[in-house]
Design a protein around this ligand. Structure first.
Ligand SMILES: [Zn+2]
Length: 330
């Protein structure tokens, strides 16, 4: 339920809009492509980032039939002018909608929406639902604003009303500029970002006010669940700082939201399962990126977890998160 995809061909947005560091793809002879960010090299990606048939084949190798796809977080472009981000989001969402229509038993779509503008975000959310998306992927912060900010609340409210699931993905990692060495934004910043998002949505009362909002936090919730004891203790010992917008203990929400299983560590996953319950842990891969679980679910399959738990992780949890029926894919 956590894979990334990008259209093979995209307009050169920086040239088209005349500003900014939008992502542009420059294809190489060896079927790889360079993601250029406003003219500067960002990352080399392989054909499995855009080739729909190739992706299905690579997934089959790990007995996995369906992939939930969303864009690559660097494409969010929340920093752009609203109208430009709307155009970009629509382009990406239409690409995924076409893919889902073409392969309804292999692909499920999550849209991206212009979170920097509440009205535009809701409009694109509604359009995404109408074109077959079952949820959205959003960043862990929006231009450095936390998800507890009131201006994001109507978007979450609309997600609940429309039955659109939300996946929170870390991006615009805190401390990025001060810890570029050793890939630290990905190894340290990303888990912290996800915890930042979970704490913000809990302490800001988003999950309290919207009990039917179906939220999933990436990478097993980042550092949120492993540091839950500290977070709860902070809530109890300094309610004057922590419980100012929501008086409910943060532990109350554990098992109400979903997380993926991307831990690369069976003992860590067992602890997550103990906290969340198997119905709230989904099979995520982060395919096709190297930090993902590219032998999809193998570490779970070969573990001593009960068969029912594995079945929950491999399909039931994701189906419930997205409010879909297993029969639709058989
Ligand atoms: Zn990811």
């Amino acid at each position: 339920m956590h894979t990334h995809i990008i259209p093979k061909i995209m307009p050169n947005w920086t040239e088209k809009f005349g500003y900014g560091k939008f992502i542009n793809l420059v294809h190489n002879d060896d079927r790889s492509a360079d993601m250029m960010q406003g003219g500067q090299f960002f990352r080399r990606i392989q054909e499995n980032c855009w080739n729909d048939e190739l992706r299905i084949g690579e997934y089959e190798q790990f007995n996995t039939q369906v992939q939930v796809v969303c864009t690559i977080p660097v494409m969010f472009s929340y920093w752009a002018r609203t109208e430009d981000c709307v155009e970009l989001s629509r382009f990406l969402n239409d690409h995924i909608a076409d893919l889902v229509a073409k392969y309804p038993k292999n692909y499920i779509g999550l849209a991206t929406i212009p979170m920097q503008d509440t009205d535009a975000a809701i409009k694109e959310l509604e359009r995404a639902k109408a074109t077959g998306h079952v949820g959205i992927q959003i960043g862990s912060n929006i231009n450095d604003e936390n998800l507890s900010e009131e201006r994001f609340f109507p978007i979450f409210e609309a997600c609940e009303r429309l039955g659109m699931a939300v996946m929170v993905h870390p991006w615009q990692m805190m401390g990025f500029d001060s810890m570029k060495k050793y890939w630290l934004p990905w190894l340290v910043g990303m888990p912290a970002e996800t915890s930042r998002a979970a704490c913000s949505m809990i302490f800001g009362g988003v999950l309290e006010r919207l009990p039917n909002l179906r939220v999933c936090f990436s990478h097993a919730g980042g550092s949120f669940l492993p540091t839950l004891g500290r977070i709860e203790h902070g809530f109890n010992c300094r309610p004057d700082l922590v419980a100012i917008d929501n008086p409910v203990n943060p532990r109350t929400y554990v098992g109400k939201f979903w997380v993926d299983c991307i831990t690369h560590d069976i003992d860590a996953l067992k602890y997550i399962l103990k906290l969340q319950g198997s119905k709230r842990v989904c099979l995520g891969s982060d395919y096709p990126f190297p930090l993902g679980d590219l032998e999809i679910g193998k570490f779970i399959e070969k573990s001593d977890l009960p068969k029912e738990t594995i079945e929950d992780i491999f399909s039931h949890s994701t189906l419930e998160w997205l409010d879909l029926k297993k029969e639709s894919f058989i």
